[in-house]
Every structure is written in structure tokens, then in C-alpha cells.
Design a protein. Structure first.
Length: 391
């Protein structure tokens, strides 16, 4: 095939894909996602460095250095001690699986538990249900209190000789609420239990909210009972999808799960992740966002997200038929409608192009960086049209 023929074929394929996926490149009316379109520079990085595989670190030593710098930055956000170690993962689901894996194996080695159970709050992400299944762990789900935090007294009652660990959430999927990690930390220390914190969403928000003058919970390694924390880079930070990480308090905690790989270009490779092959693009993009665009970039994203969250909450409160399910603590809003079921409301709004989700017994909206006040005004207008039509 000649160069001109190859170019023509390439252009046709791209044109066909643009038609096929024309409705899947826009987040303009997406109100249900914890992700946002990556900045232009991140998209360019995805194109240029697509061949880099961090699963074979000996081939890409400079990218490994960038990975270590990204992990160090994330560890600092979490107040990790100097003994920390960690890994970039494919996202919160993998990180949570690795955290539960570490909890199971640590408990087997340190407490002799062969077949244990792990304690989750009812607000925990579905990845924990998968993790318990894959790891053959019994799971015990703990109800929430009136503040949508895990009930600490119920956690205490659930702990027995088979308990391998406890999970706390810092920025729950359905509410944005942070559990009382300090109380869970005290329990973990008292009972010699593994405590993993899922801060996939809140981990990159709380530190910047604090810099903006807000009170934030202590959710990381400042709680001495915390052994590992999940923190994502493809959420408020805006890096490439997928992008997650897990940070451990010390390398000692990981010795029961780390695997040595001898067949790669660097025969001394060690892996903490489930995935072997790992794209370098997310790491490179995250490094650029953190180092080049810097703190001002992230602060602006967090600030705007919370201003729009406040604006949307107020606009919803102005509608008689709408009731807010809880006062937002992060950029997640839940509401109900006295006139329609959540399912019917979501279906009607989808007809107008809006993507919302249902969590528990409310309709859920996540205010990410692509959700502006202009988007909210258009949404509220369509919401009122739907409600008036149903009268």
C-alpha cells in the first residue's frame, strides 16, 4: 500500500469512528460521572506515549521515575510516613482489591486467620463486594448512622476472631460522606486489625479544600491505625482514564502480596498490582498536571466544583417538588421528587439528553469540572419542564 493509500485508509477509519462514536466524546449533559474529559495536554500525552508499558519497567526507566514522583505526591497528600510504599493501578477497584488482598494475607501471617471475614460500611463501593468474592472472604455490611457514616458501635459488635480487616470510606460514591476514620483507626489498633481507607474520590479533594479554608476530616495516615489508602487520579484531578493508586504505610505490610517477576527486561521487577501490563500514559499525564500545571490548576478545579455544587443545591431547593436528601459535604448531591419516582424522573430527563444515576432512594448528581453554572441552568430548566408536564 502506498503512503497516499495508507493515509486515505487511515482518514476513512477515523472518519467512520467519529460517526460511530459521535455521542460518546461529550460530557456536556453527564451529571452521573466521577470523571471529566481530560485536559488537552493529557489527551496529547495519550497519543504520543501510547507504547509505554510500566509493567516492564526496565524498558522505561524515566517513566518509572515519574511514577515514583507521582506516588510521592499522593503519599504526601495522605500524610504518609517516610516508610510508605505504593503503586499506580488501573483505578479504585483494583486498589481496593489490592487493599483487601493485603488485609487477608497480613492477617493470615500475623494473626493466623485462615478463612476470615472483612467489615464494610453499606456505603462501600461495589469493588469491595467483588474483592470479598475473589478473595474468598466473608463480608459483613454495617449500616450507616443518620449522618450517612458507618455506625461505629455496629462495627465494634461485628468484630470477632475471624475479622481480617475493616474498610472506611473517605468520599462515598453515593453521598460524598467521609466515615469517622479516626474512630475506625482506634478500633483497628485496639483489636490488631487491618484498616483500609477508600479515598478514591475524596483523596484528591480534601487536601485542596483545606487550602481553600474548609474544615476537612482526617482520613489518611495521620490516623495511626490506617495501613493502606486508595486514591485516584482520574477524578477531580482530571488525568487520563484509568488512573488510580494505592499507598501503604510501610513496605513491611506488602511483603505477603508482592510478587517478583524474573522474565522481564529487568529481572528484579517486583509488582504490587493485579495488572501486569500498565499504561504509562496516565502516569505521565498525572505528573504533568501535578508538576507543570501545579497546585493552582487543582485548586481552581476544586473551587469551581464546590461553587457549582452550592449553586445546584440552591436551585434544587427552589423547586417545591424537590427535596434534598442530604447537605452535600463534597461535590455529590442527592434529591428526591414528590411527584415522580426516581426511575421515572431519570428516564424523562434522559429523553432530554441528561445522564443521572440513582443511588439508594435518591437521584444522584456528581458535580465535576465539566458541570458549569450554565450547564446547571439548562438542567434546571429541563427539570422544571419535565415536572410541569407531569402535573
Amino acid at each position: 500500500m502506498s503512503y497516499l493509500e495508507e493515509e486515505k485508509t487511515f482518514n476513512k477509519i477515523i472518519d467512520d469512528l467519529m460517526v460511530l462514536l459521535k455521542n460518546e466524546d461529550s460530557y456536556n449533559q453527564v451529571l452521573s460521572s466521577m470523571c471529566s474529559p481530560p485536559p488537552k495536554i493529557a489527551r496529547e500525552i495519550a497519543k504520543i506515549f501510547a507504547a509505554i508499558n510500566l509493567g516492564d519497567p526496565g524498558l522505561f526507566p524515566e517513566t518509572v521515575k515519574l511514577e515514583n514522583e507521582v506516588l510521592a505526591h499522593l503519599a504526601d497528600l495522605l500524610h504518609a510516613p517516610s516508610s510508605w510504599t505504593g503503586a499506580i493501578t488501573s483505578g479504585g477497584s483494583e486498589s481496593n482489591l489490592v487493599g483487601c488482598w493485603a488485609a487477608r494475607n497480613w492477617s493470615k501471617e500475623n494473626r493466623g486467620i485462615e478463612k476470615g471475614k472483612i467489615i464494610f460500611p453499606e456505603s462501600a463501593h461495589v469493588s469491595f463486594e467483588k474483592a470479598a468474592d475473589l478473595l474468598n472472604l466473608e463480608s459483613e455490611w454495617i449500616p450507616l448512622n443518620d449522618n450517612f457514616q458507618v455506625d461505629i458501635e455496629a462495627v465494634k459488635e461485628a468484630i470477632d476472631y475471624r475479622t481480617v480487616g475493616i474498610v472506611g470510606i473517605a468520599g462515598a460514591t453515593g453521598t460524598g460522606v467521609c466515615d469517622d476514620i479516626n474512630a475506625l483507626s482506634d478500633l483497628a489498633l485496639e483489636k490488631n486489625l487491618y484498616l483500609h481507607v477508600d479515598a478514591a474520590h475524596g483523596g484528591t479533594i480534601y487536601p485542596y479544600l483545606k487550602k481553600l479554608g474548609h474544615d476537612v476530616p482526617k482520613y489518611g495516615f495521620e490516623n495511626p491505625g490506617v495501613k493502606s489508602v486508595t486514591i485516584d487520579t482520574h477524578k477531580i484531578l482530571g488525568s487520563l482514564i484509568p488512573g488510580g493508586s494505592i499507598i501503604f504505610r510501610s513496605e513491611e505490610i506488602t511483603k505477603t502480596i508482592i510478587k517478583s517477576i524474573t522474565y522481564l527486561s529487568d529481572s528484579s521487577t517486583k509488582q504490587l498490582t493485579i495488572t501486569g501490563t500498565r499504561p504509562g500514559t496516565s502516569v505521565i499525564a498525572t505528573w504533568v498536571l501535578l508538576k507543570n500545571l501545579g497546585e493552582s490548576y487543582i485548586l481552581e478545579r476544586v473551587k469551581e466544583s464546590f461553587e457549582v455544587t452550592k449553586y445546584l443545591t440552591q436551585r434544587l431547593k427552589e423547586i417545591d417538588k424537590i427535596e434534598i436528601a442530604f447537605e452535600p459535604s463534597l461535590n455529590i448531591i442527592g434529591f428526591t421528587c414528590s411527584q415522580m419516582t426516581n426511575e421515572d424522573l431519570v428516564k424523562e430527563l434522559l429523553k432530554k439528553g441528561w445522564h443521572l444515576s440513582i443511588y439508594s432512594n435518591w437521584t444522584r448528581i456528581v458535580v465535576m469540572s465539566h458541570v458549569t453554572k450554565e450547564v446547571i441552568d439548562k438542567f434546571i430548566n429541563d427539570l422544571e419542564i419535565v415536572l410541569n408536564k407531569e402535573m
